[in-house]
Design a protein around this ligand. Structure first.
Ligand code: FAD
Ligand code: NAP
Length: 529
């Protein structure tokens, strides 16, 4: 079979679009395959009411083009889904990317042909061959609906937040059930509550939500940032989460701070809003006692907002704060003061089944016109697991990863030559501001391919030794922290049967430095041939 492309990229979100831009600039023939009917990835699929970013827009955007970052005007501190989608569509148009993106095409398989040193990529529209195969399939793109018996019996509508109908959903006058209180549920609940006749929230684990204090972006502030955008980005990338240049980071320990001063600090960070809250002390995710002081502070806020003390108590989380991703909210807890909103605990008694009319929990039937699943994703590995990926000697990636994902730097995989993953397991990815994490990965991959081509190498592959050492290091980093203490999707704990392994690498700057060092040492840990 002839080689159709130098590179195939799977996915047209932030990662796939920028990958195409970089590879095309190197002169490669590239094809992007995207299952969706448009570009945008996350922001194409997640159209539920209230969907917006939780990293501020001035940070959560591409830095690769000075013109682009100067031209684009964000309207809010945290942009809404329609605005981010418009931005990504603008990027695709502005850089003439669409002509190499094939939409509505799902990649089903990618097999490495050793003799021809090529990837054979099977889509639902045919087969192509390419030298490089790059997975930009997204760490949170594989929506997860729990297997609740009797789904087919339910006469009402069901929707998943991550696969929201393009026409929107009119909840007016409807009795709505909503399952899940992670970031998606926390964003959707206040808006659905305002529209629906009645909303019942099924909560398995109470969640910590910190107000985002979302507001229109002042033109003065935006102008100010744009005047120093390059420095703003550089400082942001030096922070552990890859953003927040304008927010000084506390460098002190909660354990060495008195309780009154600690409470004042939490209040200050609460007012700052959003994910910054976890930066109040450097040992918040290291010391369980300090973490509990922050958790208690947030529980106090919940008690102060929710009028019914019993409801406030049920909404008050008990796990380590920050262990599951912190939610950033607009009026989440306040929503439970509305008369048309009800909270049902399904932590001890899970949802038993669907009925014709709604959901059953134990002996109680709840009647609904529509049920919303805000139940999350098979994160980091889900999209890759759903493609039949085979490396050298026909080794299946799914099999290789049966005890948990194994990568070198999250970028490369031993046994899978000329195969790259953007923001894959073993990289900071979901634990950081993802746009700079994506840019750093894409730049690394593009530079690597340019290096191979300029030196006449035809193949690159992570060595098993480098991969083993990296997997151990990723685990070791997590083991110093409180992250392994709860059932989070970072650990795969939301997917029945998924191996419990902490998947992201903690610390964006340390990671980026390591990637640069690997290059400086002649692609240390990779075999080039
Ligand atoms: P995606 O945007 O997920 O794109 C991957 C694409 O690959 C998808 O369009 C998918 O259809 C396609 N694809 C997958 N498999 C196949 C296949 N087999 N064949 C063809 N196509 C395929 N991160 C932040 O840092 N800050 C935020 O504020 C933030 N907010 C978020 C809000 C929501 C609601 C969600 C779900 C996630 C959020 N994230 C946030 C994480 C977000 O996923 C990333 O920031 C970023 O958008 C990921 O871009 P990506 O290109 O890597 O993946
Ligand atoms: P999530 O964080 O995994 O939350 C899923 C929710 O559904 C959890 O409350 C979970 O309970 C619950 N759930 C799952 N299965 C259930 C079942 N069978 N019965 C009852 N409850 C069930 O998913 P998400 O809210 O979609 O968010 C995923 C990630 O996407 C976020 O962490 C974030 O990284 C990103 N995101 C960001 C934003 C933003 O603010 N910008 C918005 C949305 C998503 P348990 O906790 O008990 O598992």
């Amino acid at each position: 079979m002839p080689r159709d492309f130098d590179a195939v990229v799977v996915g047209a979100g932030f990662a796939g679009l920028y990958m195409l831009y970089r590879l095309r600039a190197l002169g490669l023939r590239v094809r992007v395959f995207e299952a969706g009917g448009g570009v945008g990835g996350t922001w194409y699929w997640n159209r539920y009411p209230g969907a917006r970013c939780d990293v501020e827009s001035l940070d959560y955007s591409y830095a690769f083009s000075e013109e682009l970052q100067q031209e684009w005007e964000w309207t809010e501190r945290y942009a809404s889904q329609p605005e981010i989608l418009r931005y990504l569509e603008h990027v695709a148009e502005r850089f003439d990317l669409l002509r190499d993106v094939q939409l509505e095409t799902r990649v089903l398989a990618a097999h490495f042909d050793d003799a021809r040193n090529a990837w054979q990529i099977e889509t639902d529209r045919g087969l192509v061959a390419a030298t490089y195969c790059i997975m930009a399939t997204g760490p949170l793109s594989c929506a997860l609906t729990p297997a609740i018996p009797g789904h087919e019996e339910f006469r009402g509508a069901t929707h998943h937040t991550g696969r929201w109908p393009h026409a929107g959903v009119d909840f007016r006058g409807l009795r709505v059930g909503l399952v899940g209180t992670g970031s998606s549920g926390v964003q959707a609940i206040p808006l659905i509550a305002r529209e629906a006749a009645d909303l019942t929230v099924f909560q398995r684990t109470a969640t910590y939500a910190v107000p985002g204090h979302n507001a229109p972006l002042s033109p003065e502030y935006q102008r100010d940032v744009k005047q120093r955008y390059r420095a703003f980005r550089t400082i942001g990338r030096q922070k552990h989460l890859g953003f927040g240049a304008d927010y000084p980071t506390a460098g002190d320990l909660g354990s060495a701070t008195g309780s009154a001063e600690r409470a004042a600090r939490y209040q200050e960070y609460w007012e700052r809003g959003g994910l910054h809250f976890m930066g109040a002390f450097v040992d918040l995710m290291l010391d369980a006692q300090v973490n509990e002081t922050a958790a208690e502070f947030v529980r106090g806020k919940i008690g102060g907002v929710v009028a019914d003390a019993a409801v406030a108590e049920r909404l008050s989380p008990r796990q380590v704060i920050g262990c599951k991703r912190l939610c950033v909210d607009t009026g989440y807890y306040e929503t439970f003061n509305r008369e048309n909103v009800h909270l049902v605990d399904v932590g001890r008694t899970p949802i038993t089944s669907f009925t014709e009319r709604g959901l059953r929990v134990g002996d109680t039937e709840y009647v609904f016109d529509a049920v919303v699943f805000a139940t999350g994703f098979d994160a980091m590995t889900g999209a890759l697991d759903r493609i039949d990926i085979r490396g050298r000697a026909g080794q299946a990636l799914k099999e290789k990863w049966s005890a948990g994902p194994r990568t070198y730097l999250g970028l490369g995989i031993a046994g899978f030559p000329n195969f790259f993953v953007v923001v894959g397991p073993g990289s900071p990815s979901v634990i950081s501001n993802m746009v700079p994490a994506i840019e750093q990965h894409v730049d690394w991959i593009a530079d690597c391919i340019a290096h191979l081509r300029s030196r006449g190498f035809r193949r690159i592959e992570a060595t098993p030794e480098a991969e083993d050492a990296w997997v151990a290091h990723v685990n070791e980093m997590a083991s110093f922290t409180l992250f392994p203490t709860c059932n989070s999707w970072y650990l795969g704990a939301n997917v029945p049967g998924k191996p419990r392994v902490f998947m992201p690498y903690l610390s964006f700057p340390l990671y980026a430095a390591k990637c640069a060092e690997v290059v400086a040492n002649g692609y240390e840990g990779f075999a080039l041939g």
